[in-house]
Ligand binder design. Structure first.
Ligand SMILES: [Zn+2]
Length: 64
């Protein structure tokens, strides 16, 4: 198995990791209430998805 011949320098490690960037999650607007919501997910504020309402999404545990 191939092994690296030299230790990767700190400058190379840091310049490689400088390109790791967090990207903001893409959101869509809920057709029911207009809140920003993740695509292909039930709306966290009203619980609707494609015309149906999912009861578990209406009151998540952390809002009680
Ligand atoms: Zn909604």
């Amino acid at each position: 198995m191939a092994l690296p011949k030299y230790k990767t320098s700190r400058a190379n490690t840091h310049s490689r990791r400088a390109n790791w960037k967090a990207t903001a999650a893409q959101t869509v607007t809920c057709a029911n209430c207009g809140a920003p919501t993740l695509p292909h997910m039930a709306c966290p504020s009203c619980g609707s998805f494609r015309g149906r309402t999912y009861r578990s999404a209406i009151q998540p545990a952390h809002t009680k």
